[in-house]
Design a binder for this molecule. Structure first.
Ligand code: GCW
Length: 672
């Protein structure tokens, strides 16, 4: 009997250990301490209880004190800032707020996990942005638009009765990296999100998130007064419409007193909006802002607009929004994607930044890899976001948003290494000055092991990964040459009868017998002139334009001499080849990592690196074989002969939609 109980315990222990390495613990893989240090505080609140709980369970050092401090030093660090200091072996965490103490707690535990010396700390922290939000594109039916990690975390059908433990785990992970808001649902929003039945479910989530310092926001459908309220119009200047929103806002705040506000996609890709009534975006946003203002809520109004009529999509958000500068209420923030088109592997920054000095702006990054190999490819995105900040000063932004890459997969993000993008998004939202490399290192140390034999090579892989994706997908400023619908594989030749031209790759690459690239210079679409003069002078000139953007701004002759001395065609071949080589190299480096990684995560990541390496070849062959039909030039030496033929690749149609990541058996393989 005893034997069988022991055996059962052993089996159960083994199961727990292996489940523990399924990626579900993210970067929070702290070891539980056997005897906890003394944690002292006079504050008793849900947030401080969380902090004390974390420290008692995981802090290996000496005594810790948590204190609220309203002195000028702490006051200057704002409501979420904090200090950490050590004196006589006692570590003191201080902040004007309880939330600050929770952030300080996670900071301390992070230092410990990364093996830092915690004996003599003197740290002051203050976030760069007050609002650091994730945008979930989750639908009420559980699907996630452009989500590649399973279904939505939010189990609406079970809420509010069943509150999954994953909600608190999600909130904890966010708090540990300083994220303080979450927009629960897709910007392509269902009006039902605001139904009274649904709001009770939203409240249940808000109640879980609150102690972690996370506010809940909702994406709203501008036509909700019609679809949900039964009104005849959603015209923002109609008194009944404004009243409907006011009553709705009051209802929300009765349930959720700290509700964050609304995110709105209006008059974009078929969504309703104020322009349906010949009103401006500002009039629409302000009407919602007025309903939220008495409660302290905000409106995040997206500037992602483009219509089929105008010639260059890259110009449209600027053309529509810049004239509205100064017209938005002070609780509206215009949310602008980092680039002028749409989360491409590389874009120049959107010229709206810097062009609306009298309007609060926020940047929207995409953490989910819609255009970067979904959750099959590693593309560590901190370098991409830092690239944005090399042009735009964080001080000119009011807030930052990231489209989440999180689903209900056990490891949250599909690809174990994609957790690094959630992590990096939070860390950079707190402090955009942090170096990508440092973030990669600390993430690897916490998520896997601090062993240098692992951390050094994997940091290199992460740091190279985004550039590799650019190289094998869209080097030199190419963009949007994806396959119809799913945005995973290449289809630069794609033609669909009746499709909007600006949804087709040819619109973007403009390949012809002369050359390649979109002429956005003063002689072309003139999108370049939306930038400040100093930048126009650079981007407008074929000689001065950074090569990473050359085909974004110029139609470049095939034989144009590039900085390397190669022709454009040769350089293009070389870049695709470099991308393929890097992807293969990543798979090889990972193979060497098996001694340092648990077998579960090792094989899951291995499998994905294999897919990435083979997809890179697919991309190279599809693009080069297709562009070669225009350049009519040979592959230079050092560039691999194609594995796939164009004919073969033109037949590839992945059976996936906006909600799935392809599995290996769906992808082209050289043996087909
Ligand atoms: O990138 C495009 C996506 C759409 C998305 C849209 C947007 C939510 O392909 O799926 O819709 O952008 O940002 O609104």
């Amino acid at each position: 009997m005893l034997k069988s109980v022991l055996l059962a315990l052993l089996i159960c222990g083994a199961a727990v250990t292996s489940r523990a390495e399924d990626g579900s613990r993210l970067w929070l893989r702290y070891d539980t301490v056997s005897s906890s240090a003394k944690i002292e505080t006079r504050i008793d609140s849900p947030t401080v209880r969380l902090a004390v709980g974390e420290l008692s369970s995981f802090w290996k050092g000496g005594k810790v004190e948590l204190q609220l401090m309203a002195d000028s030093r702490h006051y200057s660090l704002g409501n979420e800032g904090y200090t950490i200091s050590t004196r006589n072996g006692v570590t003191t965490l201080s902040s004007v707020s309880e939330k600050g103490l929770l952030y300080a707690t996670y900071h301390l535990l992070r230092l410990q996990s990364c093996g830092a010396d915690c004996s003599n700390l003197d740290i002051s922290e203050k976030p760069a942005f007050d609002i650091r939000v994730l945008n979930h594109w989750d639908n009420p039916d559980g699907t996630i638009e452009r989500g590649y990690a399973g279904q939505s975390l939010w189990k609406w059908e079970e809420l509010p009765a069943v509150v999954s433990p994953r909600y608190a785990e999600y909130a904890r992970a966010n708090a540990s990296i300083g994220i303080n808001g979450t927009v629960l649902n897709n910007v392509n929003a269902s009006p039902d999100v605001l139904s009274s039945d649904n709001l009770i479910k939203v409240k249940a989530l808000a109640d879980v998130f609150r102690p972690y310092g996370i506010k809940v926001y909702l994406s709203v459908n501008f036509a909700s007064p019609i679809k949900l309220g039964g009104l005849a119009t959603a015209d923002p200047l109609d008194g009944k419409v404004a009243e409907w929103w006011k009553v709705k806002a009051d209802e929300i705040y009765t349930l959720i007193p700290d509700f964050g506000g609304f995110l709105v996609k209006a008059n974009s890709e078929g969504q309703p909006g104020p322009c349906d009534y010949h009103r401006t975006h500002a009039e629409g946003a302000n009407m919602l802002a007025a309903a939220l203002k008495p409660h302290g809520g905000i409106v995040m109004w997206r500037a992602f607009v483009y219509s089929p009529s105008d010639d260059d999509r890259a110009k449209q958000a600027y053309l529509e929004f810049r004239p509205l500068d100064g017209q938005f209420m002070d609780n509206v923030i215009v949310q602008v994607k980092n680039g002028p088109i749409d989360f491409q592997p590389r874009e120049p920054y959107s010229p709206l930044f810097g062009a609306m000095p009298h309007t609060q702006l926020m940047v929207e990054f995409q953490v989910t890899q819609e255009y970067l190999g979904h959750s099959n490819h590693l593309a560590y995105l901190a370098p991409m976001w830092k690239e944005f900040y090399s042009y735009i000063a964080p001080a000119d932004l009011k807030a930052v948003a990231g489209v989440a890459n999180i689903g209900d997969n056990i490891n949250w993000c599909g690809h174990d290494l994609a957790q690094s993008n959630w992590y990096a998004f939070g860390r950079l939202a707190w402090n955009p000055e942090l170096a990508s490399r440092d973030i990669a290192e600390e993430w690897l140390e916490q998520t896997f092991t601090a062993d240098k034999e692992f951390v050094s090579p994997m940091t290199e892989v992460m740091m190279e990964s985004r550039e590799a994706v650019v190289d094998y997908m869209m080097p030199l400023g190419l963009h949007h040459i994806f396959a119809w619908g799913h945005h995973y594989g290449p289809e630069p030749w794609c033609e669909i009868d009746g499709a909007r031209p600006d949804w087709l790759p040819k619109y973007y690459h403009q390949a012809d017998a002369d050359g390649l690239g979109f002429d956005r210079t003063e002689n072309g679409s003139d999108a370049v002139s939306q930038y400040p003069d100093s930048i126009v002078a650079v981007f407008n000139s074929l000689e001065k334009c950074p090569e990473e953007f050359i085909l974004w701004f110029h139609h470049v002759p095939w034989k144009h001499k590039m900085a390397s001395g190669r022709t454009l065609w040769d350089e293009l071949c070389f870049r695709y080849q470099r991308g393929v080589d890097s992807a293969k190299h990543f798979a090889e480096v990972w193979e060497e990592m098996s001694p340092y990684v648990d077998s579960e995560r090792y094989s899951a990541v291995s499998h994905r690196f294999d897919i990435q390496a083979s997809d890179a070849v697919w991309w190279k062959d599809a693009c080069l074989e297709y562009f070669r039909t225009f350049s009519r030039m040979k592959y230079p030496s050092g560039v691999d002969k194609p594995v796939f033929s164009l004919k073969q690749l033109k037949k590839v149609k992945l059976p996936i939609d906006n909600y799935t990541c392809p599995s290996a058996d769906m992808l082209p393989s050289a043996n087909d």
